[in-house]
Structure formats: C-alpha cells, structure tokens
Ligand binder design. Structure first.
Ligand SMILES: NC(=O)c1ccc[n+]([C@@H]2O[C@H](COP(=O)([O-])OP(=O)(O)OC[C@H]3O[C@@H](n4cnc5c(N)ncnc54)[C@H](OP(=O)(O)O)[C@@H]3O)[C@@H](O)[C@H]2O)c1
Length: 322
C-alpha cells in the first residue's frame, strides 16, 4: 500500500510517497481503509521535529474510512463499519491498524472527510472551554488563532454555550468569515495589539478564558487580558517557540494557567472523553456544528498539503485522499 512517510524530521519536503508493507491487525485492533485523512496542526509539528520511533515513519493522527479487518477480542466493530480513527501516528496512509477503542462510528449523515476533522479539533476545544476553563453562560472568551482547526471548533462551542466570543486571526478576511460560526469580535493580530483591543472590548475587565494554541510570546502577552480569576489555557505551539511566563504575573487578578492535551487525557478519562467525541460527531452530523474544509490533496501530494497548511493561507481543514 502507499503512504506518505518520513525518514527525518524537517520541512514539508521530507514527506515521501512510497510503497510500505500492509499493516497487520493485532489483538484489540481494527484495520481501516482510509477514505479521508485530516491534516492536523499537530501533524505539522510531528513532521517538523522530535524523535522518530522508527523509519520510515508515517505521521498523522486522524483518518476516516471503512473497517476491513477486525482483530481478536474486539467487540462493537465489524468489517464494513464506517469509522473515524485516532492514534499518535499512522494516518497518512491508504490503511492503518488502530486500537478499536480509538475509533468512533461515523453517523450516517456525515461524510468521511468531515468526520476525520472532528475528534481532535472539537474534542480539544471542549476540553479547553469546559474542563480546563469551566466556561459558564454569559462569560467572555478570547480564542487565539480562531481560523485554525481548534479555533473554529472553540468559537462554535463557546457561542453555543452562551459566551461572548472574541478571536484573533492574521487577516481581516479570515475574521469576516468567522462571523458565520458565531464570532462576536475579531482582532487582526497581524495589524493590531490583541491586548489593547481586548481591553477596549471588555472595558478593561478582561476575559474569563483565553485559549492559546500559538505559544511563545503570544501566551505570555495573554496574561494581560485575563479578568479577575480568569484562566489562560495553553494548548498548542503553532509558533514553535517556548514561553518565559513569569508566575507572579498571575497573582494580581488571581489567575490560573492550565495545560490541555487531549492525547494525554483520552486513556485516563476514556469513559468521559470517548462519548464526548461521539457527541461532537453527532452535533456535526446534525448540522448544529460546522466543519470547514479548505481543500483536498491526493495523498501523493502530502508535502504540498503540509506546505499549504503551514503557509497560513488555509481557512479550515486540509484533507488528503488516498
Ligand atoms: N494539546 C492538544 O491536545 C492539542 C490538540 C490539537 C491541536 N493542538 C495544537 O494546537 C495548535 C493548533 O492546531 P490546529 O489543528 O488548530 O492547527 P491549524 O488548523 O493548522 O491552525 C493553526 C493556526 O495557527 C495560527 N498561527 C498563529 N501563529 C502562527 C505561526 N507562527 N505559524 C503558524 N500558524 C500560526 C494560524 O492562523 P492565523 O494565520 O490566522 O494566525 C493557523 O491557522 C498546534 O500547535 C497543535 O499542535 C494541541
């Protein structure tokens, strides 16, 4: 079968489309024929840096398709089932083996491409807003990188929970389009100070929750827009830089800094998180929540797909099709 593999970490050009061995189906696993692969922000990071467990390595969290093989001991999954599959790696391939527990049935009304985009973006956004942030109706949230996958999911979930939603993005065009998802106030952080604009928008009260998927100085600066007992949620490093955050900066308004990592929560809290993601799939299938897909590339052009997403020109998800 074909896969987009890497032999070293680096820029998008390290991705090569090659023939690789067919996956085996270990106990407790299913083999899924991919119909659509979602290119996630985390896939870019995994391709760009870090230790490779073996080479060639297949990056990627999420794909959706049809079960073709079921391993011993698996209950509740059968050959022919349409599922979305999540794992730490292996999505950029025509098929993959994943633990059956890390799959979700795709609701009948939902296509594979949109299903593939749901678990990590909506699951992570839910964890940021409700588990880490304890969002309540009437509160105000600032969502950085609102036009990214996690950002778009968070805007929708926050709005539907009765929050006032402020988001940042790098262009006025992206901010304009985010209004359709429920954005109340957009801030172009390429041209404006998000600290000044947020304080203007909140009459200097600050916000209850900031979701930061960018990291670096953006995380540090976000403390300045937290209201009394506000929570800053660190969830990503799209900027690929560390943050020197001074702990004392959290004192004056009794603020909280929280970290969210869906991958680290899903096994310890499986009984809560697996059904939460099933619920997100249903809400997308029903049309209550929206998955924005920017464009699709063939799997053979995975390098171009990564380069396109990394260029920050995409509005919504980029899909690979085997
Ligand atoms: N902790 C977790 O469980 C978890 C789960 C999912 C994702 N993440 C992380 O969250 C981050 C976002 O993921 P995603 O899937 O939403 O990514 P995405 O869809 O690729 O969106 C990332 C967005 O970040 C913005 N951005 C701001 N500064 C950037 C920079 N210096 N370089 C590139 N982009 C920049 C871009 O929007 P603008 O151009 O509008 O600024 C871009 O649209 C990633 O770091 C990912 O690893 C973490």
């Amino acid at each position: 079968m074909k896969a987009a593999v890497i032999y070293e970490t680096g820029g998008p050009e390290v991705l090569r489309h090659e023939e690789v061995p067919e996956p085996e189906c270990p106990d407790g696993c299913v083999v899924v024929d991919a119909e659509a692969i979602s290119v996630e922000g985390g896939d870019l990071l995994a391709r760009a840096a870090g230790e490779l467990p073996a080479v060639p390595h297949i990056v990627g969290y999420l794909s959706a398709g049809t079960v073709r093989e079921v391993g011993a001991g698996v209950e509740g999954r059968a050959v022919g089932d349409r599922v979305v599959a999540l794992n730490a790696a292996g999505s950029h391939a025509a098929r993959r083996a994943v633990p059956a527990a890390m799959t979700w049935p795709i609701p009948a009304e939902l296509d594979a491409a949109r299903a593939a985009c749901v678990p990590v973006t909506f699951g992570t956004a839910y964890e940021c807003l409700f588990t880490a942030g304890s969002l309540a109706e009437g509160q105000t949230v600032l969502i950085h990188a609102g036009a990214g996958g996690v950002g778009m999911a968070a805007i929708q979930l926050a709005k539907r929970a009765g929050a006032t939603v402020i988001a940042t993005a790098s262009s006025d065009e992206k901010l304009k389009r985010l209004k359709a998802l429920g954005l109340d106030h957009g801030i172009n952080y390429a041209t404006d100070s998000f600290v000044e604009r947020t304080n203007q928008l909140t009459d200097s009260r600050g916000v209850d929750i900031v979701i930061d998927s960018i990291g670096g100085q953006n995380l540090v600066d976000s403390v300045a827009v937290l209201g009394y007992r506000g929570t800053l949620v660190s969830v990503g490093v799209a900027a690929r830089a560390g943050s020197a955050l001074e702990a004392r900066s959290l004192w004056a308004r009794n603020n909280t800094l929280r970290g969210v990592y869906l991958g680290g929560a899903i096994l310890p809290e499986y009984a809560r998180i697996h059904p939460m993601i099933s619920d997100m799939l249903q809400r997308v299938a029903s049309g209550e929540l929206h998955v924005e897909i920017d464009r699709s590339f063939p799997l053979a052009e995975a390098a171009a797909a990564h380069a396109y997403l990394e260029s920050r020109r995409a509005f919504g998800r980029v899909i690979l099709t085997p």
